[in-house]
Write a protein that binds this ligand. Sequence first.
Ligand code: PLP
Length: 480
Amino acid sequence: MLRNQDQILSKIANNDGHGENSAFFDGWKAYDADPYHPTLNPNGVIQMGLAENQLSMDLVEEWVRNNPKASICTAEGASQFKDIAIYQDYHGLPEFRNAVARFMEKVRGNRVRFDPDRIVLSGGATGAQETLAFCLADPGDALLVPTPYYPGNDRDLTWRTGVELIPIVCDSSNDFKMTRDALETAYKKAQESNTKVKGLLLNNPSNPLGTVLDREALSMAMKFINDKNIHLICDEIYSATFFDEPGFISIAEIMQESPDSNPDLIHIVYSLSKDLGFPGFRVGILYSYNDAVVNCARKMSSFGLVSTQTQRLLAFMLSDDAFVEKFLAESAARLGARRGVLCGGLAQMGVGSLKGSAGLYCWMDLRRLLKAATFEAEMELWRVIVNDVRINVSPGASFHCSEPGWFRVCFANMDDETMRVALSRISKLVMQTNNSEAAAARKPCRRRSKLEISLSFKRMDEIMMSPHSPMTSPLVRTRT
Ligand SMILES: Cc1ncc(COP(=O)(O)O)c(C=O)c1O
């Protein structure tokens, strides 16, 4: 085993910029070590920390079966194998970029047009974000980002680039909406520390909030970046993942409606990881209105291109208008129904969640369950949730939330039955806390230990799985 790694390896190899040692990833490790299975491991950890869209995979499977020509690994497509397997230039297959541009337009109600020549491919939105950071900022420069935000931003935009993220602090008093005051405060803070702000990063629809930015918020952001002459990166990875009003509005629409906007400052990040549920394919898209950025990003894309086999398959799929329309409608319906089951179930227990219309998760309010309004108390509660309740949800602190007690709960990576079990487990936690509070009110001097709480979870199992449990109510059992 090598010693003194800090002396023989680079700063990047030695630093913690990847974020793997955070609670966000720790929860995944807890799940990996003991994954739930309904029959083989019914007491295992249920994964609710993964924003994956698995609810409409049956439609994709059906399409793949009906379109064998789309794959070069079938009798129908094998004649194309050589053409696809040999080197391609780094622009990506024209038919794929065309299909992606049309798909992005469709998702935006055909209210805007996208030029396929401005599409740069990358390894997921992850790769697109980093490429943009390399193109727009130098080490030590900063991007402003409203909180709470997707934890991967720290890795994607800062780790290898040396760029910094400066939080724009938002809170629950106005449902975490970004205000011009909060923007100005973050900008001023950067200036006071002599940090050059190069841009504003927005994620619309938001991960973790499940909310969309309205026209007013987007116009305000556009005006702010114009005033300061900085870039606007819009991560629109969930642009087709909305299922309710208010719907999604792209920055592309705002730009089109604002004659004063400067297109050279606007960049969109997209991927097929969420809307289609293909994170394994690593299809990322960087769309910039700035020619120099497109040029530079395209050269950089050599480091993270999408395999041509994947491009070809998806070019076929996305060009099938009937399939795309059916998929988007059905996926939205299923996601909306599933969110209803989760948030409705939580509401029945007296647990609130932020009203949202998009995303693969809900932003659950467990502030009432904290022993104190601190991030230490949030971590303590999170450990109970992972270790005793046996579900992996992500604590607000990992999203840089400014207020303790919020948790992101993903709902689209499991089947109905697993969701039911997860809700029954959360309900136990809530009932347990209610009972503890009632007991504490009777005996104010004695506080229950963590061990006592964990033991009583096991006794509660019997109550919760009985036919009289609140979790067997028709609302909670609604099928998607
Ligand atoms: C807001 C946001 N941006 C970017 C990503 C990274 O996406 P990809 O899997 O395409 O790299 C994610 C993934 O969860 C995300 O939620």
